[in-house]
Design a protein around this ligand. Structure first.
Ligand code: IVH
Length: 699
C-alpha cells in the first residue's frame, strides 16, 4: 500500500520495530496491572515495579513521538468504572499525580515549573500521601448527596451508600457550608482496624488480607453497604474539586483551613513551605516518621499553593503540573529472629521458616517468613537470636534478607537443619541426591496428613472455604478427619459445637464442602497430593484420560505417553494408585459423589488459560515437581512467558533448589517477588500470588 511507504527522512525518524513492539508490550502490561490495582483491588506487582513500567513507556514515547497514542496509559488515569456501580461523571476530572522518586527528581519538577512561570513556583503546600483510594464527595446545602470513586478520572462509580457508612465522612457540614462543595480525599483503613479485621478472620479460619490499601478498596467497592459499614474505614480530605457560593479562596492552604472549618477531616501534618529547601526538609522528616502514624503513607504530595500559579502551570492529560508525589522508597525493617522451625508439607517436604518478633513492614505485620531450604539458610547465614533485615518481596511475600552482623551476640551458634521430623514418629528428615529440600518419608506422618488435607482444600485444588490450616488441625485433633476422604463425611452436627465454629461457620463449611464436589477433574488430581503432580500436569492428565478411573487403571507407559507427562510423573502417579490406602481414600471420594469426570469444562479451561496473560515469570533452580520444560509449558498454557533473565517487567521469579544467584540478586534489586514451588503452584492455579505466603504447612 502506497500510504505505508516511507520517505528516506521518515524512514530515518521511524521508531525501530523493537521500540514499537516494546511500547505495545508495556502498554499491555501497564493496562493489565492498572486493572488489577484499580478494578480488582488485588495488585500483583509492587507499586515501584508498576511505576518503573510506566516510566519506561513514557521515556519510549518521548524518544519516539511517532509512537504517541491518545489511548496510551501514559495519558489515561486509573481504570474504567466497573459495571457493578452506577457511573458518575466528574465535573472536574480527578487526575493522577506526577511522581518523583528521589530529591533530584523533585528538584527537576520544581525547575520545570519555575521555567514555565518565569519565576519560583513556591510557596508550596506539603501533605502526606495517604495510601488508600481517592473518592470525591459532593455536598449540596451542606448535605452529603453523592460519593464516587475516581474511575478513569472522567467517570467514577457511585459509592454513596458505602461512603455514607464511614464515620469520618460527615453527612452534614458545619456552619458556613457553600451551596455546592465537591471535595476529594483518600479512603483508607487505619492499621489497628486492619489488624483487628485480620485477627477476626484468623479466628474464623479465614485467610488474612494482604494489606490495608487493598482491603480498604475492596471494602468500599462492595455491593452491600452493610459490609462496608463493618470495615472501620477512615477518610482524609485533601483537595477541592469544585465549589459554588463559598468564600473567595486564593490558594490551597486556605482551602485546607476552610475544609477543616466545615468539619471535614483534614490531616494536621500539612505544612506551608516557603521554598524548596523547606519542602525537602519536610520530605526527609516524613520519610523518617513514616511508621509513627496509625495509617499508611507512601510519600509526600507537594502542591503549588497559589491558585493563579496553578492555573498558569495547567495540566497534562494525566496530571496537573502544579503538584507532584514524592514516593518513599520500598522499605526494609529489622527485627529479631526468634527461632527457625521446620514445617512439613503435604508431600513431606521440610521447609525451614523464620519465626520473627512481629514487625510491621510493607503494609502488614510479619511474623513468619519462609527460608526455603538448608542452602538458603546457610547462604544468608541467619541464626536464631540474630537481628535480621526483613522485606516484603513484591509487597506480598515476607522475606528475610540478611543478619545485622554488628548486632550479633558473640558466639551465636549457626543453625543446623533438624535431623528428625517434628511429628511424633520422629522419622529422619532426608536430603536425597542434589535436591535442596529435606523430606520426611514416613507414610503416616500426621504433619503430612494435615498438609495433604490443607492442600486438598486450597484454592488451586478443591477450594473449600473454611478448611484452612487451623481448622484442619482442629478437625484432626478432634478425630473427625484423618484423610481427604473423611472431609465429605463431616456433618454440621460434628463441628457446630467445636471452639472455632458455631452455627454460621459450621453451615459455611458444609456449603464449601458441598460446592467442592463438582470441581473439575484436573483440580481433584492436583488436590490428591500426588508427588510430582502439579496443577498443570493435573490438566494434562484430565484432558488426556477424561475420567479418574481411566487414570487409576492406566499403565505407567500409557501415563508417560500423555503430552506434558514424563516418566518420573508417570511412575509417581502409578505408585500412588497402586497404594491400597490411597485407593481407599479414592473410594471414599467416589462414594461421596465427588466429580471424577473430565475433561475440564470449557469455561474453567478458558479462565485458566488466561490467568497469567502477559505475565513474565522467570524460573531458576530445580523444581521438585516440574522440569524446566513443564514449568515453561504450564506458564505459557496460561498466556504467560518465561524468559531466562529477570528484568523490570518480570512479575515473579520462581526459585527451586540451587537457584541462580544473579537472578535472585536482580529480583531483589528490582523488588520482584521470589516464589517457592508451593507459591508457584498457587500462581498457576489462580493467577495470583499467594496472600501472605506463609511457609508450607507452618503452624
Ligand atoms: S491530591 C490533582 N493529595 O495519590 C491532585 N492526592 O498518586 C489530586 N493521594 O489520586 C490528588 N494523598 O488518590 C492528593 N494528600 C494528597 C494525597 C493524594 C494520597 C492519592 C490520590 C491520588 C494519588 C496519586
Amino acid at each position: 500500500m502506497v500510504s505505508e511507504l516511507r520517505s528516506p527522512v521518515e524512514e530515518a525518524q521511524a521508531p525501530p520495530d523493537g521500540a514499537r513492539a516494546r511500547a505495545a508490550e508495556l502498554r499491555r502490561l501497564v493496562r493489565h496491572h492498572a486493572e488489577l490495582y484499580h478494578v480488582r483491588d488485588s495488585p500483583e506487582i509492587p507499586d515501584a515495579d508498576y511505576d518503573a513500567l510506566l516510566a519506561e513507556l513514557r521515556a519510549l514515547e518521548e524518544q519516539h513521538p511517532e509512537l504517541a497514542d491518545a489511548n496510551s496509559p501514559t495519558s489515561t488515569i486509573g481504570a474504567p468504572p466497573s459495571a457493578l456501580f452506577a457511573p458518575v461523571a466528574h465535573d472536574v476530572p480527578m487526575m493522577s499525580l506526577d511522581n518523583a522518586f528521589d530529591l533530584d527528581e523533585l528538584r527537576a519538577w520544581d525547575t520545570r515549573a519555575a521555567s514555565r512561570l518565569d519565576g519560583p513556583a513556591g510557596p508550596y503546600v506539603c501533605e502526606l500521601k495517604f495510601d488508600g483510594l481517592a473518592i470525591s464527595v459532593r455536598y449540596e446545602q451542606g448535605r452529603l448527596v453523592r460519593a464516587a470513586t475516581r474511575g478513569d478520572g472522567r467517570t467514577g462509580e457511585d459509592v454513596t451508600h458505602n461512603v455514607a457508612t464511614i464515620g469520618d465522612v460527615p453527612r452534614r457540614l458545619g456552619a458556613g457550608a457553600p451551596e455546592v462543595l465537591e471535595v476529594r480525599g483518600e479512603v483508607h483503613m487505619a492499621i489497628p482496624a486492619f489488624e483487628r479485621l485480620n485477627a477476626a478472620r484468623e479466628e474464623a479460619g479465614e485467610a488474612r488480607y494482604a494489606n490495608p490499601r487493598n482491603t480498604a478498596a475492596g471494602s468500599l467497592r462492595q455491593k452491600d453497604p452493610t459490609v462496608t459499614a463493618e470495615r472501620e474505614l477512615s477518610w482524609w480530605c485533601y483537595q477541592l474539586g469544585s465549589m459554588t457560593g463559598g468564600p473567595a479562596i486564593g490558594c490551597h492552604s486556605e482551602t485546607l483551613e476552610f475544609l477543616d472549618s466545615l468539619g471535614l477531616p483534614v490531616n494536621e501534618a500539612w505544612l506551608l513551605a516557603s521554598d524548596l529547601a523547606a519542602v525537602e526538609a519536610y520530605v526527609l522528616q516524613a520519610e523518617k516518621q513514616r511508621h509513627d502514624h496509625p495509617y499508611e503513607t507512601d510519600g509526600v504530595v507537594i502542591k503549588v499553593d497559589d491558585f493563579g500559579r496553578q492555573a498558569e502551570l495547567g495540566v497534562t492529560s494525566h496530571h496537573p503540573r502544579w503538584a507532584v508525589a514524592y514516593k518513599f522508597p520500598p522499605e526494609e525493617r529489622t527485627t529479631r529472629l526468634r527461632e527457625i522451625q521446620v514445617s512439613i508439607g503435604g508431600k513431606g517436604k521440610a521447609t525451614p521458616f523464620a519465626v520473627l518478633e512481629p514487625v510491621f513492614v510493607g503494609g502488614s505485620t510479619v511474623q513468619m517468613a519462609t527460608l526455603h531450604n538448608e542452602d538458603q539458610v546457610k547462604a544468608k547465614d541467619v541464626r536464631p537470636g540474630d537481628i535480621v533485615a526483613v522485606r516484603k518481596a513484591g509487597d506480598v511475600i515476607p522475606e528475610v534478607l540478611r543478619p545485622v552482623l554488628s548486632e550479633r551476640p558473640e558466639g551465636l551458634p549457626a543453625w543446623e537443619f533438624p535431623e528428625f521430623c517434628p511429628c511424633p514418629n520422629r522419622s529422619p528428615l532426608v536430603r536425597e541426591g542434589d535436591d535442596a529440600a529435606h523430606h520426611c518419608r514416613h507414610p503416616r506422618c500426621p504433619a503430612q496428613q494435615a498438609g495433604a488435607i490443607e492442600h486438598f482444600a486450597s484454592r488451586g485444588a478443591m477450594d473449600i472455604e473454611g478448611l484452612g490450616e487451623k481448622n484442619v488441625h482442629l478437625l484432626i485433633r478432634e478425630g473427625l478427619i484423618a484423610d481427604v476422604g473423611d472431609v465429605y463425611d463431616l456433618a454440621e452436627a460434628d463441628v457446630v459445637s467445636l471452639e472455632r465454629f458455631g452455627p454460621k461457620k459450621a453451615r459455611n463449611l458444609m456449603a464449601g464442602i458441598e460446592a467442592s464436589r463438582d470441581r473439575p477433574l484436573s483440580r481433584l488430581l492436583f488436590g490428591l497430593n500426588i508427588r510430582h503432580l502439579g496443577g498443570a500436569v493435573g490438566e494434562f492428565l484430565a484432558d488426556a484420560f477424561g475420567d479418574l478411573d481411566e487414570i487409576i487403571t492406566a499403565s505407567e507407559e500409557q501415563l508417560a505417553e500423555t503430552p506434558g507427562v514424563g516418566p518420573i510423573i508417570a511412575a509417581s502417579v502409578r505408585a500412588f494408585f497402586d497404594d491400597e490406602d490411597n485407593l481407599a481414600v479414592v473410594g471414599k471420594l467416589r462414594a461421596a459423589g465427588v466429580n471424577f469426570a473430565g475433561p475440564v469444562p470449557a469455561d474453567t479451561d478458558e479462565a485458566l488459560s488466561a490467568t497469567l496473560e502477559g505475565k513474565v515469570i522467570v524460573v531458576t533452580g530445580t523444581l521438585e515437581n516440574y522440569s524446566r520444560e513443564e514449568a515453561a509449558a504450564a506458564i505459557s498454557a496460561r498466556g504467560g512467558r518465561s524468559p531466562g533473565s529477570v528484568s523490570g517487567s518480570t512479575a515473579a521469579v520462581v526459585a527451586g533448589a540451587s537457584p541462580g544467584a544473579s537472578k535472585l540478586t536482580k529480583a531483589e534489586k528490582l523488588g520482584v517477588p521470589v516464589l517457592d514451588e508451593q507459591a508457584f503452584e498457587h500462581l498457576l492455579a489462580t493467577g495470583e500470588l499467594p496472600p501472605g505466603a506463609a511457609p508450607e504447612g507452618a503452624a
